[in-house]
Design a protein around this ligand. Structure first.
Ligand SMILES: [Fe+2]
Length: 299
């Protein structure tokens, strides 16, 4: 388990949903007692209001803006400053190239709608707001339609480098920059198609883990140097530092990924790397295009 106040970003657990919608269609976000915002009444009310935007959202509409507070914009600025040198050292070339094209602001949280409008002309992907965590199938299957479900709230200002759940920092700096790349966007789409063909729970569990070890925490070699392309790595300075100094890097192996346990409360100790960007593309397309429920019986 993580220690309270430790400056790390915990990844999300897709099996835990902290949001409820009552009979009156009002969204209520439940925070754990050890959540940094648990005792902050104003933060909790804003989380409910932001969750309501997602509950009321109809696909195709512009995503309504959120009035972030000055201290929340400060969180964004602090995280951006912390990540900039880490990205220069550890991000893969493809990520850096397309992150640049989004021209994300340095000193304020971008609105989801403005980010979505920048991604769309590049790759056809658009963002849709979600109130909180959704099931692995609900989250992954819509990728086939070039839709990425994104949370809109930001972590609590008291611990800017830590979040126990995916927030707009993770969605934008991690996933949106990745989805601005035509190659990564198409790999996300192919994963969504593989999920749509998957009927068994065993198959879904395997694909969820593989998504975790690739799109969230994947590594690719560039000129003999390991570089991050996973959204979970690229949105957390703590994860990037751990990746560069302590994580065990092993060659990409989908079978092992599919059965490899992971702990969302810790930095990831095992990361899988592709030999090159070309190798990454070939293996991902080959695996996901050929994926089917009987994969395990035949491999
Ligand atoms: Fe993510």
């Amino acid at each position: 388990m993580y220690e309270k106040g430790v400056s790390k970003e915990k990844a999300f657990n897709p099996d835990e949903s902290p949001m409820f919608v009552g009979g009156d269609n009002r969204a209520t976000v439940e925070l754990d007692p050890d959540h940094p915002g648990f005792r902050d009444k104003a933060y909790r009310e804003r989380r409910n209001a932001i969750a309501q935007i997602a509950v009321d959202y109809k696909p195709g509409q512009p995503i309504p803006n959120v009035d972030y507070l000055p201290e929340e914009h400060d969180v964004w600025r602090i995280v951006r400053e912390k990540l900039r040198p880490e990205h220069e050292k550890h991000a893969c070339t493809e990520y850096l190239k397309y992150a640049d094209k989004l021209e994300l602001p340095e000193d304020r949280i971008p609105q989801l709608n403005e980010v979505s409008e920048k991604i769309y002309p590049l790759t056809g992907f658009r963002l849709e707001p979600v109130a909180g965590l959704v099931s692995p199938r609900g989250f992954l299957e819509v990728l086939k339609d070039r839709v990425f479900l994104a949370t809109q709230y930001i972590r609590h200002y008291s611990v800017p480098l830590y979040t126990p759940e995916p927030d707009i920092v993770h969605e934008v700096i991690g996933h949106s920059c990745q989805l601005a790349s035509p190659i990564f966007a198409d790999i996300n789409r192919v994963i969504g198609k593989a999920v749509a063909r998957t009927k068994t729970q065993q198959g879904m569990d395997a694909l969820s883990r593989i998504f975790w070890f690739t799109i969230e925490f994947g590594v690719v070699m560039e000129d003999g140097e390991p570089k991050a392309y996973g959204a979970g790595l690229l949105s957390s300075a703590g994860e990037l530092d751990y990746f560069a100094t302590q994580a065990e890097l092993v060659p990409i192996d989908f079978h092992r990924m599919a059965t490899q346990e992971y702990d969302v409360t810790q930095y990831q100790p095992i990361l899988f790397y592709a030999d090159s960007f070309d190798h990454l593309q070939r293996t991902m397309y080959d695996f996901f295009n050929n994926w089917h429920d009987d994969y395990w019986a035949q491999n």
